[in-house]
Write a protein that binds this ligand. Structure first.
Ligand SMILES: Cc1cc2nc3c(=O)[nH]c(=O)nc-3n(C[C@H](O)[C@H](O)[C@H](O)COP(=O)(O)OP(=O)(O)OC[C@H]3O[C@@H](n4cnc5c(N)ncnc54)[C@H](O)[C@@H]3O)c2cc1C
Length: 485
């Protein structure tokens, strides 16, 4: 009996984790694992996570950290034997650019949403009307019928008013997915917000943590452990290490090979997976590709797959600078600066920068005497101006904007531009139904879907979805009734 075969299409963190689980996961390598092949279109594995050498540092070009309170990423790091490389974030809080000046973000935010009117007292630049909205939410909350789902914007604007929605909430929550709060689904992006809105009373009270509210950047010691982790070798090195250990487990990794079709096979295997030059037979296929690619590859089998083309993607650019400490003054606390969309710059033009991350303040392994490493985030779902700029033009533009946003920023001695076109799926209202239908159909067909398009864009969610897809594959080929090897 031929050995069972699973093909994984897409070698980002989700696809790599599917292979890790298939090859035995924590207890691997497993003798009865199927033959596993990962087919990746680009020359490099890792997708949206990658590191590079820059000004004497190893920096991340994409994700630079992951949530600590979800277990998937920290567990994986331990399984790889890399627990000693986990590095806790070493700063908390952030600044907000509000009415032409930097102010501290309020303490006790729930994913960007204030949880008390009093926390806004020290936020300079907020109007009295915004403060009044917050007080009114605590005392006489607006009722809102959210039905099955609503946009984050609809909930926050109704409960807390436009100013808090666009000047405080959107810069953080919209920034995570490079999207707009008026488009993003509360149910899929921030279910606790939907629950809070459904409770019918004060949004802020309903979102308040049960324990003590984090009192802000100067008082980290009262929080329960770090909020985020990175790796001392950069988040991107997680993909590199997975590739190394997967090769040792006998997984076949094929870079620079774009899958063009997933066909029903006629012979012993269920599927034939085609690239331009090869065909790989498979009993089971895991699609760890962006939703529109998955849609193209599977649309002939069911309209639920075809509908995945409706998951829109936003692109973003990251421009990282190294600057001498003598040429910059940073705010005294915090991991960076958030910039509300549409912030006026020169003439009728608005800033392209949506956030700045102080990389060396967040991650101790990047700290050096005499220099600062920071990166500017550029682009939102409805602001892709950066796509029309050359790297040099983008560098110059962002550098000029940093001069405006950060006191004394000047003469960066190194910079690097990283573009991530179509990297961040936007979970719009109805996203859960698209996912549910496609998943139902995938079970029937003998394929599994995983990746940032389905269960959350963060790295822990992607790891979890890759591993879950692998468990489905193992269950399916076991059900088929033959031994795995
Ligand atoms: C700029 C940026 C910053 C981020 N910051 C953070 C952060 O700090 N923390 C966090 O938790 N998350 C962050 N994220 C989100 C997180 O990094 C991603 O959601 C996650 O890495 C996506 O992994 P994935 O494997 O699902 O998809 P991807 O990484 O997109 O991988 C999909 C893979 O499929 C391949 N592919 C596509 N078509 C084909 C084909 N036809 N044949 C074969 N292969 C194909 C692609 O080349 C790609 O490698 C960030 C994302 C971006 C873009």
């Amino acid at each position: 009996m031929a050995r069972r075969s699973v093909v994984i299409i897409g070698g980002g963190i989700s696809g790599l984790c599917a292979a890790w689980e298939l090859s035995g996961g924590a207890g691997g390598p497993s003798d009865d694992a199927p033959r596993i092949e990962i087919i990746e279109a680009s020359p490099r594995f890792g997708g949206a996570i990658a590191t590079t050498e820059f000004a004497g540092h190893t920096i991340d070009l994409g994700a630079d950290g992951f949530l600590a309170r979800r277990p998937e990423a920290t567990s994986l790091v331990s399984e790889l034997g890399w627990a000693s490389r986990l590095e806790a974030i070493s700063a908390a809080g952030a600044s907000l650019w509000l009415r032409g000046a930097l102010t501290s973000l309020p303490a006790g935010l729930a994913l960007g949403v204030p949880t008390s009117a009093s926390s806004l007292r020290r936020v300079k630049g907020l109007s009295w009307s915004a403060r009044r909205h917050a007080r009114r939410d605590e005392l006489f909350a607006h009722r809102l019928d959210v039905g099955d789902d609503a946009t984050i914007g609809e909930i926050v604007r109704t409960k807390l008013g436009d100013e808090l929605a666009y000047q405080v909430v959107e810069p953080l929550i919209g920034g995570i997915q490079a999207g707009r709060i008026d488009e993003l689904s509360a149910k899929s992006v921030f279910p606790a917000l939907l629950d809070a809105a459904r409770s019918g009373g004060s949004l802020m009270k309903a979102l308040r943590p049960k324990g003590p509210i984090n009192p802000g950047p100067q008082a980290q010691s009262v929080t329960d452990g770090p909020a985020f982790y990175s790796l001392t070798s950069g988040v991107g090195s997680l993909a590199d290490e997975l590739v190394t250990q997967l090769r040792d487990r006998g997984v076949v990794l094929r870079p620079s090979t774009k899958v063009t079709a997933v066909r029903v096979a006629r012979g012993e295997y269920r599927w034939d997976v085609d690239s331009l030059s090869t065909t790989t037979p498979a009993d089971f296929v895991i699609l760890a590709t962006p939703a529109p690619v998955t849609s193209t590859l599977l649309s002939q089998y069911h309209h639920a797959f075809a509908a995945l083309v409706d998951v829109p993607y936003a692109g973003a650019a990251m421009v990282t600078f190294h600057v001498a400490t003598s040429h910059i003054t940073l705010p005294p606390h915090g991991t960076g600066v958030l910039v509300p969309l549409g912030t006026a710059w020169t003439g009728s033009d608005s800033l392209v920068t949506t956030a700045i991350t102080f990389l060396d303040r967040k991650w101790p392994h990047l700290a050096r005497d005499g220099g600062v490493v920071l990166r500017a985030h550029v682009g939102r779902s409805d602001d892709q101006r950066w796509q029309d700029m050359s790297d040099d033009a983008l560098r110059e533009r962002v550098s000029a904007e940093l001069t405006f946003l950060l006191p004394r920023f000047s003469k960066p001695d190194a910079s690097i531009v990283q573009r991530w076109p179509h990297a961040l799926p936007q979970y719009l209202v109805g996203h859960d139904r698209l996912v549910e239908s496609a998943r139902l159909e995938s079970q029937r067909c003998g394929v599994a879907l995983c990746g940032s398009a389905y269960d959350g864009v963060g790295i822990p969610a992607c790891i979890g979805s890759g591993r879950q897809a692998a468990r489905e594959a193992l269950a399916s080929i076991k059900l088929a009734g033959t031994p795995l090897s």
